[in-house]
Design a protein around this ligand. Structure first.
Ligand SMILES: *Cc1c(COP(=O)(O)O)cnc(C)c1O
Length: 488
């Protein structure tokens, strides 16, 4: 049969591409018409789509119609100005066109030769971002360190854990795997635990030390020190510490310098996870939250959270890139080339789990060039101002309380339990969350701190303005009023 398919016809690309951009621009114009949290039931899509793929081509318009009618109802609108759940996942025009170019060139830059610009731009752009964050010079690519774009913070912590494991096992011998111990607070993101599972760390040797309200949920250096001493006396080998700037539950900030010194004096790898709050540290007034990063071995922030770079783009810096390369490199015949063999280039395949990698630095480069540092700082400050505004609204309503100090753009709060009945209070706040989210007019999420069910209001969507914060607060107040009336 004659092949009539022209899968990369430039004129068709132009036609469909323009139509798709129009479709997306219209989506953004009307985004507030959708319920923020998708209201569909599990399995909804199976009833709407055929059982098998078509034999003959469908029309582009027909597909767009299906997206409108069948897909969008099942979308939770992370870019809605009324999105306040989890943490933000920013989109921007610069990030979008960068992503578009990356999809357009569609290279696979596993080694330098596979697309020299992909590797070199990534090194340069991560040096730029490192300078914006005032990271110590050891993290820049000119020396023994450097930055790399990972897909997610989870991949970042996995690769540095593997590098640290390899390094310590080379020192103490491969048989010692069972004795290796990892430390972090119990507020640390679950990706650390997943990384330990993948790295073969004995499940009992992943020490998630309890952080309490007395330190605002930051890890206590004394507690860390004591635990390490105990572990040493029973012959275990402490080798990895993960601290967090801006925990996922409540934006707790671990005291990097004191913790890092303990790690260093015990010969451990020190990783700093600033996935969400790292973005704020481009503002001089927030930079002090990462003081102590000088003693870290690795530092990570997600440009795809609160830094206008479309998902995915997680920036990781290490001081000693050879630790990563020694743990993760392979050198198969089919990838051999002059530049790599002569050690003249960085081959990012040796800094990550997969071989293949996208040209993600393009979108970060576009964001930095098209917006510039000053605009990015204003962007962050505006969200923090809106979060403060929300905090003030709560303070004016005696039925509510702010639970942990607001540091960045997340407010942790709750409806106060009636007659100090905590378990009823937990139920009440859970009901309040569901009631608000089922309206579709705002989306918030929750956590549990010291047994209390807490509501999380994270400002950070690019389209959010004060009127959206006010509207969400009104819905919260109204729903609280009805719930309290019912529970009398
Ligand atoms: C969001 C977050 C993560 C996980 O991010 P992924 O990029 O989705 O893996 C890890 N740590 C912190 C502190 C986070 O806020």
């Amino acid at each position: 049969m004659e092949n009539r398919l022209k899968p990369m016809d430039a004129e068709q690309l132009r036609e469909y591409g323009h139509k798709m951009v129009d479709f997306i621009a219209d989506y953004y114009k009307t985004i507030e018409n959708f319920p923020v949290l998708s209201q569909v039931e599990p399995g909804y899509l199976r009833n709407l789509l055929p059982d098998s793929a078509p034999n003959q081509p469908d029309s582009f318009q027909h597909v767009l119609d299906d997206i409108q009618a069948k897909i969008l109802p099942g979308v939770t609108h992370w870019q809605s100005p009324n999105y306040f759940a989890y943490y933000p996942s920013n989109s921007s025009v610069a990030g979008f066109v960068g992503e578009m170019l990356s999809a357009g060139l569609n290279i696979v830059g596993f080694s330098w030769i596979a697309s020299p610009a992909a590797t070199e731009l990534e090194m340069i752009v991560l040096d730029w971002l490192a300078k914006m964050l005032k990271l110590p010079e050891d993290f820049l690519s000119a020396g023994r360190g450097g930055g790399v774009i990972q897909g997610t913070a989870s991949e970042a912590v996995l690769v540095v854990l593997l590098a640290a494991r390899d390094k310590v096992l080379r020192r103490v011998g491969k048989d010692a795997l069972e004795k290796l111990v990892v430390y972090a607070s119990d507020q640390t993101h679950s990706s650390l635990q997943k990384a330990c599972q993948m790295a073969g760390i004995h499940p009992e040797n992943c020490r998630l030390l309890k952080a309490t309200s007395s330190t605002n949920y930051a890890l206590s250096p004394e507690f860390l020190s004591e635990t390490i001493s105990q572990d040493l006396t029973i012959g275990l080998i402490p080798f990895f510490l993960c601290a967090t700037v801006g925990t996922t539950s409540s934006t707790a900030v671990d005291p990097l310098l004191s913790l890092g010194k303990i790690a260093k004096s015990n010969g451990m790898w020190f990783h700093v996870d600033a996935a969400y709050a790292g973005s704020a540290c481009v503002c001089p007034e927030f930079r002090h939250y990462m003081d102590g990063v000088e003693v870290a071995d690795s530092f990570n922030m997600n440009a795809h959270k609160w830094f206008l770079t479309n998902f995915d783009c997680s920036a990781l810096w290490v001081k000693d890139r050879s630790a990563l390369v020694q743990a993760l490199s392979t050198n198969p015949e089919y990838l051999k080339n002059k530049a790599s063999q002569a050690n003249m280039v960085v081959d990012y395949k040796d800094w990550q789990v997969p071989l293949g990698r996208r040209f993600r630095s393009l979108k970060l480069w576009m964001v930095l060039r098209l917006y510039g540092l000053e605009n990015l700082q204003c962007y962050i400050r505006n969200h923090i101002k809106l979060a403060k505004h929300f905090e003030n609204l709560i303070a004016q309503d005696p039925r509510f309380e702010v639970v942990t100090p607001r540091i960045f753009s997340l407010v942790c709060f709750r409806l106060l339990p009636v007659r100090n009945n905590e378990s009823h209070g937990n139920k009440l706040n859970h009901q309040l969350l569901d009631a608000v989210n089922s309206t579709g007019s705002a989306f918030i999420s929750h956590t549990v701190l010291s047994g209390k069910y807490i509501l999380r209001f994270a400002v950070g969507a690019p389209l959010t303005e004060e009127k959206h914060v006010n509207a969400a607060w009104k819905v919260l107040q109204d729903k609280a009023t009805s719930l309290l009336a019912e529970s009398l």
